[in-house]
Design a protein around this ligand. Sequence first.
Ligand SMILES: *Cc1c(COP(=O)(O)O)cnc(C)c1O
Length: 401
Amino acid sequence: MSATETAIASAEAHSAHNYHPLPVVVASAEGAWMTDVEGRRYLDLLAGYSALNFGHGNRRLIDAAKAQLERVTLTSRAFHHDRFADFCTRLAELCSMEMVLPMNTGAEAVETAVKTARKWGYRVKGVPDGMAKIIVASDNFHGRTTTIISFSTDPEARADYGPYTPGFEIVPYGDLTALQEAMTENTVAVLIEPIQGEAGVLVPPAGYLPGVRELTRERNVLFIADEIQSGLGRTGKTFACEHEGVVPDMYVLGKALGGGVVPVSAVVSSADILGVFKPGEHGSTFGGNPLACAVALEVIAMLRTGEYQERAAELGDHLHRELGLLAGGGAVEAVRGRGLWAGVDIAPALGTGREISERLMEERVLVKDTHGSTIRIAPPLVISKEDLDWGLDRLRTVLSS
Ligand SMILES: *Cc1c(COP(=O)(O)O)cnc(C)c1O
């Protein structure tokens, strides 16, 4: 057996089968490239679902992590540490907000947003106890906890995990009328992704996000934008909401905030809203730890220059122009997305998304399929134009064979 086959067989024997990875075993990575255990190099067009916006082994991020590793890595929130205040201040600044509540994974940050909205509903809005409702969108992806999958519309993500957490109302994504009709006195929040990543990089109709903003403001309802995947440079702006000139009441951040080094997530909002928490009412052992803060501070510093956003916008224009040409040829049925982020619907006759991903892997390009015949493309924002073009060439090869 090859080193690849051995590693895969062993993983299959000893790990739960909750994933079905492509048959490649990565041993090292740098920038937009990964090298497997047999020395083959692959172009990474997934970037850890946008957790690796700044590329593998980013020097600045690795140096920041190394320096912090030598000083202090964990204090718990029982004590202050000297990176915490800076992290919260700088992140709030980046978001033009006032307060930060740090967690680790995206799902924990979404849970935090849900708890914040409910508490705000009872304490500030005056919703009767136990009656708070949060409106979410169909085809959402907000994480994997029992509460979050309770409001998923994906049977795979949801089946067999009941009883489900009540208090959520699901309306079609992109439909303002349905949203308006679902709102009641007891609605405390609308929680949506400004672009739905897992659903296949679905961009809502123009005017949807401003419409959500207007409705939520009129009805004294919090607008929570889950920018875990869409945020922090991916779409060519710091936040996907910016493309529509919209400022939500709360950002939920994760993935790229940890630079692909450590899990770092956060809820960022105003003092009125995050001010609802008192000591003991919410928390996390690892949330806001020194190592996480040190890496995230470097991420924030990199985003402050705007260069990564600009790069994503420029390369994204190029990517969408090239994919648009493919869409004219019959092999590709539709292309969606913004910036360096695309959902590509392959003609089903050419194979499932999985089959296309496997063929691309043979061509040394790594992507991930979503539902049906859709693949998504989200390279690290540091990818060179030459490498991106090389990857697009491989895609053309696969689609024409
Ligand atoms: C990945 C993701 C999450 C969940 O993040 P985890 O770190 O995997 O828990 C939530 N929302 C969106 C939009 C995501 O893309």
